[in-house]
Write a protein that binds this ligand. Sequence first.
Ligand code: HEM
Length: 334
Amino acid sequence: MIVEIIVFLLTAILAYFLYLYKWVHHYFDKRGIKYLPGVPIFGNILNSTFLRNHLFDDLDRVYQAFPGERYVGYIEGTMPILIIRDPELIKSITIKDFDHFVDHKEFFSEEVEPLFGGSLIMMKGERWHDMRTTLSPAFTGSKMRKMLPFMTEISSNIVNHLKEWTQTELAGQVFIFFVAGYESSATALVMCVHELALNPDIQEKLYQEIIRFKEEHEQLTYENISTLKYLDGVLNETQRKWAAALIMDRVCNKPYVLPPPREGGKPVHLKPGDIVYNLVNSIQMDPQYHPNPTKFDPERFSDENKHNMKPFTYMPFGMGPRNCIASRPPIQLS
Ligand code: HEM
């Protein structure tokens, strides 16, 4: 009897996943969206699930499969997601029509994980807006000038001024500043050192700029750091080749009509809860936007060249009102 029950349960589970596998294909077919079929249960993420490759490779395979499309279907397990390929559409989603795409995808609910779930990055709608408006002034240029030595004081001011928020919510913001701040800045630094080791000529040019700077200035300040143009190029190029955030995700919170995925196609209607991924790394490594993308070349960001870069093809700090709250200072912090 026990064997029959197990066989029945296994068959039911298998049938359920096969149903989902077919359902997700039907979801994209019905809307005229191209996709790679993937495999049952894992969709397009089989290889990264079993650590056979990086998640970037799974995402990039789908991005590369249909070069002519504005967006394509991506199957994350059994969940249909749209990968946005067109920089103009990324602009609409992250800026022009931001009010339709305010939130990030939920990893854990606040009830399950109050620290991460209650942080700015995971907050939704009005609550996110209020917290972001409160925290943003701490990251303006003038504040940054004075901020570092007074970091501790500022955090105690926040506690004094924001009494209406609970300790858990405050802890969430401090937590995300450490996680989002340290991990991403550390990744940028490590990859920068890695590229400098591989490119001794670039390393030498940077070294010479820093030596000249030391001769001309007594110390490094918020004002004079911007004269280190080559250093800026090196850091920007590191963030292009090795952007820490693979995916700039957005969740649709108000019905939205996407333009057709290609000439002659039909528009796609998104409903609240539908997820889109703006693929930062794939776009930053796409040769049509950044020729010879695997080459580490800080000159891409020189005063002469940087204006040739198509808008929305370089976005390591995200874009729009939901971009990185520290998009100005992390470089200085690094
Ligand atoms: C090299 C350094 C950094 C990189 C590459 C980076 C990248 C990012 C990206 C891609 C996002 C999502 C943007 C979007 O969805 O449009 C983000 C959000 C965020 N980052 Fe950073 N970040 C860095 C440093 C920092 C630092 C130093 C802090 C804090 C001190 C910080 C705090 C945050 C917060 C709080 C959010 C969520 C903003 C919101 O949802 O309103 N990041 N970051």
